[in-house]
Design a protein around this ligand. Structure first.
Ligand code: PMP
Length: 433
């Protein structure tokens, strides 16, 4: 018989022996013991509807994905210096989802590693190290990724932007610097200002990196025309354009498989992470032949785990499951329904200042009548929803945005349940927190 530790014991041990800057979700942390589809179960058998986890893309512990990993694990797992069908098959199936220009892949193990490699490619291609990125953007936990993540270096424990990082204002149409119909053009002008500053220092532009919907920024949808305009300016300055699809990729946006495709642009480099392995650590960098050729300057790129047969078997099955179960279509259908319902809710409860996002990557922002952010109320809401068995997360520079990015098997009935409980909690008197 296994003797399970109490949650208190687990917490005490973590505090002593695990990294001191790790955090725990919720005021009273949960121990999850099982996952299935869009649901999780804690140690007491309580079932939760998961609206947070965009890693368990095709559903927690999806049967055929688990099976693909188990079967390959029992046969062979090696590094990519040996030939294997799995890496070629995955490459072929992943490339089919991308514009034809982006037809070279490097496999890595995390979103951070993907962005880290993308920046190495930029340096090898352009000879420049100046990177332009968004305010409150997040691109990963490595040295280089932190250096381009305003979410981190402008936040607690951070020391501001490093010399070679250039940050434009969060392109937020709701509470940002520019609003209204010219927002896209105006934010693009901010990018041009940064390009000019880099030139004034006698240096050149390496790259521009952004997510198609800025997740840590609070599910910020890019204003119309912004991305195309920014790409034009970056390319005119000789820089490369990177689309960080770690959160939004693989069909989540509903209308398109990749986020950048909603903006009529083709990046030079695309970074892919979280959903690709449905919880197993596999990520990828897609780029053009030209970018890949310039990166291959004689130095071998070796990655012990990147592209191993087990990871590739899993990722291939994830891609096939998205197609087979029509999950991109589901994201569009259920996401559109949920967004409409949230908009209706915002008319009844004006504390919901803005509803935004695409497909199953949505968010809503809590503000008072003067547009001031309400983080305490957002936190209250997330914790009350947890009580009712629905997991939600908060984010954004002011932590007043509720994010909705569930496994893609999320149903209309799940959306109805979410709306039902949101209504119930918004009717509680919690403005005075
Ligand atoms: N890019 C984005 C947009 C992310 O949200 C994250 C992780 N939250 C990363 C990169 C880094 O990915 P990982 O945690 O897998 O290293």
């Amino acid at each position: 018989k296994v003797a399970y530790a109490s949650n208190e014991d687990l917490i005490r041990y973590r505090k002593q022996h695990l990294g001191k800057s790790l955090s725990l979700q919720y005021k009273i942390p949960i121990k999850m013991v099982r996952g299935a589809g869009q649901y999780l179960m804690d140690q007491y058998g309580k079932k939760y509807l998961d609206t947070v986890n965009n890693v368990a893309h095709v559903g927690h512990e999806h049967y055929t994905v688990v099976k693909a990993g188990q079967e390959q694990m029992a046969l062979i797992n090696t590094n990519s210096r040996y030939l294997h069908e799995n890496i070629n098959t995955l490459t072929k199936e992943l490339i089919e989802t991308l514009p034809q220009e982006l037809n070279v892949l490097h496999f890595v193990n995390s979103g951070s590693e993907a962005n880290e490699l993308a920046i190495r490619m930029v340096k090898a291609n352009t000879g420049e190290r100046d990177i332009i990125a968004s305010e409150v953007g997040y691109h990963g936990n490595s040295n280089m990724c932190i250096d381009i993540s305003s979410y981190k270096f402008d936040g607690k424990g951070g020391h501001g932007a490093p010399e070679h990082t250039h940050i434009f204002p969060l392109p937020d149409k709701f509470r940002g610097k520019y609003r209204g119909e010219h927002a896209g053009k105006n934010y693009a002008k901010e990018v041009q200002k940064l390009i000019d500053n880099i030139h004034k220092k006698g240096r050149g532009v390496g790259a521009f990196i952004i997510e198609p919907i800025i997740s840590c920024g609070g599910q910020i949808e890019l204003p119309d025309g912004f991305l195309a305009e920014a790409y034009k300016k970056i390319r005119a300055a000789g820089g490369l354009c990177i689309s960080d699809e770690v959160q939004v990729g693989c069909g989540r946006m509903g209308k398109t498989f990749w986020g950048f495709q909603q903006h009529n642009v083709i990046p030079d480099i695309v970074t892919i992470g979280k959903p690709l392995g449905n919880g197993h650590p596999i990520a990828a960098v897609a780029c053009t032949q030209e970018v890949a050729n310039r990166f291959a300057n004689g130095m071998e790129y070796f990655n012990t785990f990147g592209g191993n047969p087990v990871s590739c078997a899993i990722a291939t099955e994830v891609l096939r499951t998205i197609k087979r179960e029509k999950l991109q279509e589901n994201a569009l259908k259920v996401g559109t329904y949920l967004k409409d319902e949230l908009k209706k809710l915002s008319e009844v409860f004006p504390i919901i200042g803005d509803v935004r996002g695409q497909g199953l990557f949505l968010g809503f922002e809590l503000v008072d009548s003067n547009m001031n952010p309400l983080p305490a109320q957002a936190d209250y809401l997330a914790n009350r929803m947890k009580y009712h068995g629905i997991l939600m997360s908060t984010d954004g520079p002011d932590y007043n945005v509720l994010k909705i990015k569930p496994p893609m098997v999320f149903t209309k009935e799940n959306a109805e349940a979410l709306i039902f409980y949101l209504k119930k909690i918004f009717a509680e008197d919690f403005m005075q927190l």
